[in-house]
Design a protein around this ligand. Structure first.
Ligand code: UDP
Length: 337
């Protein structure tokens, strides 16, 4: 069964392609490689064999070509999007245009070619700073603090409104908490361009000497150690959750929104300490100012995904950090050769 994976050469997309293939699906990647690299395909193929890939921008009408060529697409998983929070503030039109148009263009193709299922990459960013913890799928969405966050909210609404219109489509919106780690083989992982925005790539790059020091953004939050709390989930767990979501849609599951997290929160300092401990590396870090717009603490109520999808994150934080470190060492090695 063919599953179209937009953004399939990206971080979560590439791991999901591997999980889909291992589950017996035929993933078809659509990616324009603006924020990913061709060598990701080599990594994927070294794990699961040849995978079809179309190099195109799925916010453009040319996407329809894929549906015309590939008969009987069974489902789509829509990862393709711009995702850098700070950049989204500087380039709002690029973010709205790319993230929203790609969702609309894909939905139009799904309806036209009678593809019955879509899984959408949403984000815990839609909850903003939650009033109560853990956040459930019923927790209110807050006005997003970034253009990036707003594009996710708008895309969620576009999909939900399409369902309400009576379209012959089933959908599930997956709200990711903080994906980290890499495939344990270190054949695929995250490839941040330039200076990483996210914590774990910054940690591994600092440990590898690519960055001079890690700055911990703020130590005066209302948390046990003063640093912000997030729910960090191994990217392989996340990838497997997409397969579970697809199967859920196939068997007629009717919940449209699902948190994907571990249900447990960890502070920035806990990440740093755990990394140092399990990887045996000392990190050069210091405390700095808060990063504007950062949420103080958030973690998922992960029970709905467990009940409905039968999904529970099974990898530990230590495993995720070790896999991230293993991947960083592979990158360092490749850079040297
Ligand atoms: N963070 C940090 N230094 C960095 C990058 C991130 O202290 O160089 C902190 C950030 O303030 C946040 C946490 O790490 O509290 C996770 O940040 P990330 O950008 O990975 O995820 P998000 O804030 O979008 O959940």
């Amino acid at each position: 069964m063919k599953v179209l994976v937009t953004g399939g050469a990206g971080y979560i997309g590439s791991h999901t392609v591997v999980a889909l293939r291992e589950a017996g699906y035929e993933p078809i990647i659509v990616d324009d490689f603006r924020n990913s690299e061709k060598k990701v395909l080599e990594g994927i193929e070294s794990l699961v064999g040849q995978v079809t890939c179309y190099e195109l921008d799925c916010s453009r009408p040319v996407l329809e070509e894929v549906f015309r060529r590939e008969k009987n697409i069974h489902a789509a998983i829509h990862f393709a999007a711009f995702k850098a929070v700070a950049e989204s503030q500087e380039k709002p039109l690029d973010y709205y245009e790319n993230n929203i148009l790609s969702t609309i263009t894909l939905l139009r193709c799904l309806l036209k070619y009678q593809v019955p299922y879509i899984v959408f990459s949403s984000s815990a960013t839609v909850y903003g700073e939650p009033d109560t913890l853990p956040v459930t799928e019923e927790s209110p969405r807050k006005p997003a603090r970034s253009v990036y966050g707003r594009t996710k909210q708008v895309c969620e609404d576009i999909i939900l409104d399409t369902l309400k219109s009576g379209a012959a489509l089933r959908a599930i919106l997956l709200r990711y908490f903080n994906p980290i780690g890499a495939h344990p083989s270190a054949k695929i992982g995250e490839l941040p361009r330039g200076i990483p925005n996210n914590l774990v790539p910054f940690v591994t790059q600092t440990a590898a000497g690519w960055q001079k020091e890690l700055v911990i953004f703020g130590r005066d939050y209302n948390t046990p150690d003063g640093t912000p709390i997030r729910d960090y989930i191994h990217v392989m767990d996340l990838a497997e959750a997409h397969v579970a979501a697809l199967r859920y849609l196939e068997r007629g599951g009717d919940k449209n929104i699902m948190n994907l997290g571990t249900g447990k929160g960890n502070s920035v300092l806990e990440i740093v300490k755990t990394f140092e401990e399990v990887c045996g590396v000392k990190l050069n870090y210091r405390f700095g100012e808060r990063r504007p717009g950062d949420v103080e603490k958030i973690w998922a109520d992960a029970t709905l995904a467990e009940k409905e999808l039968g999904f529970k994150a099974k990898r530990t934080l230590a495993e995720a950090l070790l896999d991230a470190w293993k991947w960083q060492k592979t990158l360092t090695l490749n850079q040297a050769t």
